[in-house]
Design a binder for this molecule. Structure first.
Ligand SMILES: Nc1ncnc2c1ncn2[C@@H]1O[C@H](COP(=O)(O)OP(=O)(O)OP(=O)(O)O)[C@@H](O)[C@H]1O
Ligand SMILES: [Mg+2]
Length: 272
């Protein structure tokens, strides 16, 4: 796993992202380095406000770096013009967010068909592909249901099927399972793993829940603007981050312990 001969699918070098808010500068990501290889399944954790969504947005070309470089297959994606970036994003990247924005008046099948219709593909082909994807996520019995007639977990699976429609090489999910119970969330993550095995799609998930992250082979933490392994020295992380980061302890590891969520919750209530 450590020994990669091929070039990473995504190479992030020296990424800094700052926001200016009411004349104050806020540095969210600072000289961050991360490589993502084809077929990787990566979970990124970190406390609220650490910059997880920001990193995912930059990785997905939805937001530009302040400085630094993002290469996709060796190509500096942000050096293209905005039309070319948008086109690249539509073809290569699938996003699923916690609030998945399914269109309420359309059926599951029609929601999944949407990217194909927008790309003006032939309707028959689009219908077949949508049906196939919904089968893949276990919803072959729900093709004609509208979002309001589906459970939360089922809606998330429709959103995943839709994100996969254009056969993206990179699937990014942000707190996808945040509003689901742990068991349903675990089921969704297991399904992502199956999709990764079946289609080879590279997956990066952002989650608050270490128990869900546990299902991904590579577990990282966003800490103080940079990326660290969830477990210092974790061999699975390999050469995806600089060696100097590999053994660093997260600043606030307690916040991320799988078994301590309940304690943290109790403490928060006691101090309230
Ligand atoms: N457009 C923006 N303008 C100014 N500040 C921003 C902007 N977007 C994000 N921030 C700030 O950057 C920091 C990181 O935000 P981000 O959404 O990436 O955190 P996160 O790790 O995803 O947190 P959460 O777990 O709560 O979703 C936050 O402090 C936020 O207030
Ligand atoms: Mg976020």
């Amino acid at each position: 796993m450590n020994d990669h001969s091929e070039r990473p699918l995504v190479e992030i070098h020296n990424l800094t992202k700052r926001f200016t808010h009411r004349d104050e500068e806020l540095t969210v990501l600072e000289e961050l380095d991360l490589d993502v290889y084809k077929g990787d399944r990566i979970a990124i954790m970190g406390p609220s406000g650490a910059g997880k969504s920001t990193l995912l947005q930059v990785m997905g070309t939805l937001d530009e770096p302040t400085s630094g470089e993002v290469l996709f297959d060796g190509d500096a994606i942000f050096e293209r013009d905005s039309d070319a970036i948008a086109d690249f994003r539509n073809r290569e990247i699938g996003f699923v967010f916690q609030f998945h924005h399914l269109l309420p008046e359309f059926t599951a099948r029609e929601n999944v068909m949407m990217p194909g219709m927008i790309a003006r593909m032939a309707r028959g082909e689009v219908e077949d592909r949508a049906e196939h994807l919904l089968e893949m996520v276990g919803l072959e019995e729900r093709l004609e249901h509208q979002p309001g007639e589906l459970s939360g977990g089922e809606q998330q699976r429709v959103a995943i099927a839709r994100a996969l429609f254009m056969e993206p090489r990179l699937l990014l999910t942000d707190e996808l399972t945040g509003n689901l119970d742990l068991k349903t969330g675990a089921g969704i993550h297991a399904m992502l793993s199956d999709l990764n095995e079946e289609t080879g799609v590279t997956i990066v998930v952002v989650t608050h829940d270490p128990r869900l992250a546990e299902q991904m082979p590579i577990k990282l933490v966003l800490d103080d603007g940079g990326i660290l392994p969830f477990e210092p020295g974790d061999e699975q992380v390999g050469d995806r981050i600089p060696e100097s980061q590999l053994y660093r302890e997260p600043t606030n590891p307690r916040q991320l312990r799988a078994d301590s969520n309940e304690d943290v919750w109790q403490e928060a209530q006691e101090s309230a």
